[in-house]
Design a protein around this ligand. Structure first.
Ligand code: NDP
Length: 454
C-alpha cells in the first residue's frame, strides 16, 4: 500500500458536514482523504439552500416592483429571463464549488472525485483506488424521495427544478413541507400558475399551528391554489407535451411540470454498509450515538444520512464536534436542543423553540403572546400581507420557550432572538431590552397582551 493511500480519516461525501469534519480534522494534524461522487459542496451549496435562496430573491422582485409604485417609482414593464437567472445562479454555484475545493486544499485534505464504497471497517474504494484509514466518516446526505405511481418518472424533484430549460407556465407541486412551500412561492413569484397538492389538512406539519394557518392564507392570497387531501395518482405526457395529472379522488389537472417535494431519504444505498457491518434503521438512516459513532467503533456518520435534524448548520456542528473529539483531543457533542430554523416561503417563517402544542405537553401552563400587523414596508403599497409573531412563555419560570414569526425578514429576526431563547432568558429580559424603532423585531420586546394556555 502506498503512502498516499494510507490516512487517519476518510470522509465519504463532500457536503457541509463532511467538508467541515475533513478540514477541522486536518487542522488537528490528521491525514485526511475526502471523496465526493458529484460536486464538492453537497446538497446545500449545489442543489439546496444556496441556489434555492437565490431563486427566492429572484422571484420576490415581482412583488417588490409592484410595491415600488407605492413609493413613487414608475417602472416600464418588467421582463424576466429564466435562462439568465439560471446561468447567473450556475456561475455562483461554480464559484462556491471552487471555494470548497480551495478550502480543502488549503487545509491539506486529499480529495478524490468519485464514489466512495466501504469495503470493510477501514477501507474505502474510490474508482480503482483503495484507501485505508483508522477512522471513516460517512456524510453522504440525502436524496429526494418520489413515491412510486404510474408515470412518476415524468415528475421532477427540486434537483431538476434548478435546471429547467424554461419557466413552466403551470406547475403542480406535490407535498406540504419546506421544499414544497418554498418552490411554490418561487414559481408563483416568477409568474407560473402554481397548484400545491398536499395529502394532509394543513401544510408544514410540525410547525406551530398559527404559522401553518397564516402561511396557507398568505400563499393563497398571492395566487397559489392549495388543495388538501390531494394526492397525485397518475401522470401522462400528452401529445402537446403537457402533463395530464390524475388525482386519487378522481379529479384531473394539466401542467407543464409536476414537482414532487415529498421528503428526502438518507443516501445509504450502494455504499457498502453491509461489508462494514452497519445496518440502517426503518427510514434508511444510519443510527449513531451522541458522538456520531455508528455501531462500528471506527465508523462515524454526520448530517442528513443520520436523519437527526436535517439542516446544514446542524450537520456542520456534528462534523466539527466529531473532528474535535476524535482528532483534536477536545471531546464535545453537537447540541440538538433549541435549534432555530427558517422556511424561505413567501412570506418567510423563522422559528426557535417549542410550538404551542409541544410546550403545553412539556411545561403545562403557558402565557401566549401574539401580535399581528402590516409591516411598515407594505404601508404605502396594496400588499395586505401581515406579519405575525408569537411568543410562548412558561408561566412557572417566565422563560421564553418558543418564538414563531411569519413575515418580512422573519428568518433574520429569529436568528438574533434565538440567542436569547437558547440562553434560557425570561420574558423580563425581553421587556428590559429597548426596541430599535421602527423595526418589526421591536415588537418582540414590547409584547404585553397574552392569554393563558395549558
Ligand atoms: P419534508 O419532510 O419537510 O416534507 C415532506 C412533505 O411531503 C410533507 O408534507 C409530507 O406529508 C409529504 N409526503 C411525504 N411522503 C408523501 C407521499 N408518499 N405522498 C404524498 N405526500 C408525501 O420534506 P422536504 O422534501 O420538504 O424537505 C426535506 C428536508 O430538507 C426537510 O426535512 C428539511 O429538514 C430540509 N430542508 C430545509 C430547508 C430550510 O431549512 N429552509 C429547506 C428545504 C429543505 P406529511 O406532512 O403528511 O408527512
Amino acid at each position: 500500500m502506498t503512502e498516499q493511500q494510507q490516512f487517519d480519516l476518510i470522509v465519504i461525501g463532500g457536503g457541509s458536514g463532511g467538508v467541515r469534519a475533513a478540514r477541522i480534522s486536518a487542522g488537528h494534524g490528521a491525514r485526511v482523504a475526502i471523496c465526493e461522487e458529484s460536486r464538492m459542496g453537497g446538497t446545500c451549496v449545489i442543489r439546496g439552500c444556496v441556489p434555492k435562496k437565490l431563486l427566492v430573491y429572484a422571484s420576490h422582485f415581482a412583488e417588490d416592483f409592484e410595491a415600488a409604485q407605492g413609493f413613487g417609482w414608475r417602472l416600464d414593464e418588467a421582463r424576466f429571463s429564466w435562462s439568465s437567472l439560471i446561468a447567473n445562479k450556475d456561475r455562483e454555484i461554480d464559484r462556491l464549488n471552487q471555494v470548497y475545493h480551495r478550502l480543502l486544499d488549503n487545509a491539506g485534505v486529499t480529495t478524490f472525485m468519485g464514489r466512495g464504497v466501504l469495503l470493510d471497517q477501514q477501507q474505502v474504494q474510490v474508482g480503482e483506488q483503495v484507501l485505508h484509514a483508522e477512522k471513516i466518516l460517512i456524510a453522504t446526505g440525502g436524496r429526494p424521495f418520489v413515491p412510486a405511481f404510474p408515470g412518476s418518472e415524468l415528475a421532477i424533484s427540486s434537483d431538476e427544478a434548478f435546471h429547467l430549460k424554461e419557466l413552466p407556465k403551470r406547475i403542480v407541486v406535490a407535498g406540504g413541507g419546506y421544499i414544497a412551500v418554498e418552490f411554490a412561492g418561487i414559481f408563483n413569484g416568477m409568474g407560473s400558475q402554481v397548484r400545491l397538492d398536499y395529502r394532509g389538512d394543513k401544510i408544514l406539519r410540525g410547525f406551530d399551528d398559527d404559522l401553518r394557518d397564516r402561511l396557507e392564507h398568505e400563499m393563497q392570497a398571492k395566487g397559489i391554489v392549495i388543495n388538501h387531501h390531494s394526492q397525485v395518482a397518475d401522470l401522462k405526457r400528452k401529445q402537446n407535451g403537457a402533463l395530464k395529472v390524475s388525482y386519487q379522488d378522481g379529479t384531473e389537472s394539466e401542467a407543464d411540470q409536476v414537482m414532487f417535494a415529498t421528503g428526502r431519504k438518507p443516501y445509504t444505498w450502494n455504499l457498502g454498509l453491509d461489508q462494514a457491518g452497519i445496518k440502517t434503521d426503518v427510514s434508511g438512516a444510519i443510527p449513531v450515538n451522541v458522538d456520531s459513532r455508528t455501531s462500528e467503533p471506527h465508523i462515524f456518520a454526520v448530517g442528513d444520512v443520520t436523519n437527526r435534524i436535517n439542516l446544514t448548520p446542524v450537520a456542520i456542528r456534528e462534523g466539527h464536534a466529531f473532528a474535535d473529539t476524535e482528532f483534536g483531543n477536545m471531546p464535545r457533542q453537537a447540541d440538538h436542543v433549541l435549534v432555530p430554523s427558517a422556511v424561505f416561503s413567501q412570506p418567510p417563517i423563522g422559528t426557535v423553540g417549542y410550538t404551542e402544542q409541544q410546550a403545553k405537553e412539556k411545561y403545562g401552563r403557558l402565557r401566549i403572546y401574539k401580535s399581528s400587523f402590516r409591516a411598515m414596508k407594505h404601508t404605502l403599497t396594496d400588499i395586505q400581507e401581515k406579519t405575525f409573531m408569537k411568543m410562548i412563555v412558561d408561566d412557572a419560570t417566565n422563560v421564553v420557550v418558543g418564538l414563531h414569526i411569519i413575515g418580512v425578514d422573519a428568518a433574520e429576526i429569529v436568528q438574533g432572538f434565538a440567542v436569547a431563547v437558547k440562553a434560557g432568558l425570561t420574558k423580563d429580559h425581553f421587556d428590559a431590552t429597548v426596541g430599535i424603532h421602527p423595526t418589526s423585531g421591536e415588537e418582540l420586546v414590547t409584547l404585553r397582551d397574552f392569554e393563558f394556555a395549558e
